[in-house]
Ligand binder design. Structure first.
Ligand code: 6PG
Length: 473
């Protein structure tokens, strides 16, 4: 029997779809799952009639693979990934490649890379984005590890990835845990945009009294624009139009308002804090999920805290995409991307990842959850200035900010007056206002720090470190 080109461990929905993707692209495959019955079910179901076989144990699994072996692990991040690595390592030989395609914490990947350095096989930590559909039809992939390991995988990944006009949505990201770091930041931006779209739905519902179908029409319009055309806007329209099959009415209105999370948004914010990068839009989206989970407390608080009576506010007409609201959505989305890109730039310097920003923008243009037309502009911005300190100062984005900032400010103000929380809109507004202010009031913070703790301060008019004897006597 001829040996298979590709091996997959972990038959969750992502694993199943990725192996079907590889097989469809001409890579015969062998699969292994901890519970063999799951392997059998897959081979008798979605895997039937395909060049995919199943192995009952790891020895058999590796024996069925051609060398050098290419093995993708799609298992739960954390200890489950460590357990698989430990079990399979003794079977792997010189030149073989083990890929972790899960949402691993990038520090775990760094640790594993170090631990596995002495082994003869290669290790790749690869972010995979696109959900179940993307995995099957073509995801965006962010592989990190040694360049040589990547090159040995390139032909496989190029075929499996989503394709955009300038090539496949996969590229070599950098060494160590860089692939998982970039995927983590991708998810942070994803959290931000999801919350921004949720806030816009809330405002259309509560400030303009629109139905889910009417709101969906606005999302449909936004999806035709250069600034907002994106996968997340597209699926928001779909979510808003879906009807409850038993009771009728929009399904979305029947869903409990508590958002879950699996960790990547938190890791983005923790990394940003560690690296001293300002990511308020992303942080606000994470905090909004935390706040949403406190359903019982919020119900009680609403009964005791005064809430303003909502007064409708003109945000534009649905046929022109609610122009003021669109300003808020566009600028907040730009802020979310800007913060993510800035975080990657800082991480690249701190961890020597040597990230190529235009390439990252390129591989996010297809397959992944944050794919959008805006990424063309982001790619152009970093292509014309690879050292761009922040997207907000690229000429195209400057025009967006200058023309849309009054709209964002009006929306935040109207929401505040009506007691409607808009954490991402207001954080984005503050982010842009702070970034665009040459003189901030932190001179006074420095004065206080020096006053109570002699922490010293710098001056505007001369070099050096200064202390004032604030409280004389
Ligand atoms: C992707 C997604 C995916 C992520 C989910 C859920 O790029 O395909 O980012 O990897 O796991 O979106 O994430 P949360 O449960 O944390 O929202």
């Amino acid at each position: 029997m001829s040996k298979a080109h590709f091996g997959l461990i972990g038959l969750g929905v992502m694993g199943e779809n990725l192996v079907l993707n590889a097989e469809r692209n001409g890579f015969s495959s062998v699969v292994y799952n901890r519970t063999f019955s799951k392997t059998q079910d897959f081979l008798n179901g979605r895997g039937a009639g395909k060049s995919i076989s199943g192995a009952e144990d790891l020895q058999d699994f590796v024996d069925r693979l051609e060398r050098p072996r290419r093995i993708l692990m799609m298992v739960k991040a954390g200890s489950a990934t460590d357990a698989v690595i430990e079990k399979i390592s003794p079977f792997l030989e010189e030149g073989d490649l083990l890929i972790d395609g899960g949402n691993s914490e990038f520090r775990d990947t760094e640790r594993r890379v170090k631990e596995l350095e002495k082994k003869s096989f290669g290790y790749i930590g690869m972010g995979v984005s696109g959900g179940a559909k993307g995995a099957l039809e073509g995801p965006s992939m962010m592989p990190g590890g040694t360049k040589a390991s990547y090159e040995a995988l390139e032909s496989l990944l190029n075929k499996m990835a989503a394709q955009v006009e300038d090539g496949p949505c996969v590229t070599y990201i950098g060494p160590g845990g860089s692939g998982h770091f970039v995927k983590t930041v991708h998810n942070g931006i994803e959290y931000g945009i999801e919350q921004i779209l949720a806030e816009s739905y809330d405002l259309m519902k509560r400030l303009s009294g629109m139905s889910c179908d009417q709101i969906a029409d606005v999302f449909a319009y936004w999806n035709t624009t250069e600034e907002l055309s994106s996968y997340l806007v597209e699926i928001t329209e779909i979510c808003l139009r879906a009807k409850d099959p038993t009771q009728g009415g929009a399904v979305v209105e029947k869903i409990m308002d508590k958002a879950g999370q699996k960790g990547t948004g938190l890791w983005t914010v923790v990394s940003a804090l560690e690296l001293g990068v300002s990511v308020p839009t992303i942080y606000a989206s994470l905090n909004a999920r935390v706040m949403s989970s406190m359903k019982g407390q919020r119900e009680h608080a609403q009964s005791v805290l005064n809430r303003p009576t909502i007064v409708s506010f003109p945000m534009g007409s649905p046929s022109d995409g609610m122009s003021l609201l669109m300003d808020a959505v566009v600028l907040s989305t730009i802020a979310s991307y800007a913060q993510g890109m800035e975080l990657m730039r800082a991480a690249s310097m701190e961890y020597n990842y040597d990230l190529d920003m235009p390439s990252i923008a390129k591989i996010w243009k297809g397959g992944c959850i944050i794919r959008s037309r805006l990424l063309n502009r982001i790619q152009d911005a970093f292509n014309s200035n690879p050292k761009l300190p922040n997207l907000l100062v690229d000429s195209w984005f400057v025009e967006q900010v200058n023309s849309r900032l009054p709209g964002l400010a009006k929306i935040v103000s109207a929401a505040s007056e009506n007691g409607i929380p808009v954490p991402c809109f207001s954080s984005s507004l503050d982010y842009i206002n702070s970034y665009g202010t040459a003189r901030l009031p932190q001179n006074l913070v420095q004065a206080m720090r020096d006053c109570f703790g002699s922490h010293t301060y710098e001056r505007l008019d001369k070099e050096g470190s200064f202390h004032t004897d604030w409280i004389k006597g």
